[in-house]
Design a protein around this ligand. Structure first.
Ligand code: 0PR
Length: 350
């Protein structure tokens, strides 16, 4: 079975937030496959690489002296960010306020951390800051903003959210898991340099073109990460702050390789190409009479009345739907104009 199984061919994948790793990332992943950054005393090289990855992510996100680590993905990073916020706060009944479009990993985080998750409605696909403000009280430990939402690719008003968090003595966490590698080339106020952001999720294994698993957790200050540290009696290092124990060095090494290769010029070209593709697709769909949401970042949602996704699936296309039932196309680096041309041609067939 395994010998004959082909890994996913990306030729018709329009639904995924993962992409084909850059060749240098693939090579680095293979080389470091057997290393464990969870044990830096033994695997020193990959531990040094992890520092390099965090420094590179800091540069991308306007953080001069970054703290953080390469997580298994955005889910772990979001869980850990809320864990920091919960552990530093002084309340028996902690809550987190997030916009309604926050990724479902926050629901998992609230569950495992025993936090109340309060979700605020959005206006025009972005967090409504009045609604966010209404949900904040003295037990709020974290206020979340999303910079590149999973369903529509929209960016919340991060500076206003950060102000609300700080007025309440809560942390501000920005989830830029998907958007973080596109946003440096936009006018959005999303990063540590623009606003009083405390922690951020930004995933090299999505738009960063690293291999899975490579998520990113960043913190403004090392002392925030201290909230996560547990003692590790028999390892050479004395404490560990990751949620997972053994981790794959493949993610770490490939993240460094991809960022060395692509930051900033390669990522900028990718953003320009992907955004132009998203705008082209949006125009094509509008010209055919569909209501289109966006694109604010390279993600297009459109109200297609056809019982679409199943029929498209039969033709090999992988597209997903928003919660409201719109078709959703994520313009990842592997999504080219010629792919979109044949996709639109297939849509015309219906
Ligand atoms: N935050 C945001 C804004 C996300 O979009 C995602 C994942 C996460 C956090 C969680 O990241 P991990 O999945 O790395 O833990 N968003 C995609 C989603 O849930 C993930 C995805 C990726 C889905 C590849 C499908 C796929 O093929 O839709």
């Amino acid at each position: 079975m395994l010998q004959r199984a082909e890994p996913q061919d990306f030729e018709r994948v329009l639904s995924s937030m993962c992409t084909v790793p850059h060749p240098v990332a693939r090579q680095a992943a293979e080389r470091f496959l057997a290393t464990n950054p969870g044990d830096p005393g033994t695997y020193e090289t990959v531990a040094d690489l992890e520092d390099a990855a965090v420094d590179a992510l800091g540069e991308l996100t306007g953080l001069a002296d970054p703290a953080g680590y390469v997580a298994s993905g955005g889910t772990e990073a979001n869980i850990q960010a809320l864990r920091i916020a919960r552990n530093r706060a002084d309340t028996d009944d902690p809550n987190v306020v997030a916009p309604v479009h926050a990724h479902f990993s926050f629901t998992k985080a609230a569950d495992v951390l025993d936090l109340e998750l309060r979700t605020a409605p959005a206006t025009d696909y972005r967090a409504n800051t009045d609604a966010v403000a209404e949900l904040i009280d003295e037990d709020t430990v974290c206020v979340v903003g999303v910079a590149g939402s999973t369903e529509y690719g929209f960016v919340d008003p991060i500076p206003a959210i950060a102000d609300l968090a700080h007025d309440a003595d809560a942390l501000c966490h920005v989830d830029a898991a998907w958007g973080g590698f596109y946003l440096p080339f936009t006018d959005h106020d999303w990063h540590f340099g623009h606003a009083a952001v405390d922690t951020m999720t930004i995933d090299p294994h999505k738009v960063g073109q690293a291999a899975v698993p490579a998520g990113g957790l960043l913190a403004r200050d090392e002392s925030l990460l201290d909230e996560l540290a547990v003692e590790t009696p028999y390892l050479e290092s004395t404490s560990q702050l990751t949620l997972t124990g053994t981790r794959s060095g493949a993610g770490v090494a490939s993240a460094v390789a991809a960022m060395d290769e692509l930051w900033p010029a390669g990522y900028r070209e990718q953003y320009d190409r992907s955004m132009a593709n998203a705008e082209w697709l949006a125009d094509q769909l509008r010209a055919r009479g569909h209501d289109v949401v966006g694109p604010e970042l390279p993600l297009v949602a459109a109200d297609l009345s056809v019982p679409m996704t199943d029929e498209l699936r039969e033709r090999g296309w992988r597209v997903s739907k928003t919660g409201a039932g719109e078709m959703r196309v994520v313009c990842m680096p592997h999504v080219t104009r010629s792919m979109l041309r044949s996709f639109v041609a297939d849509l015309d067939w219906y």
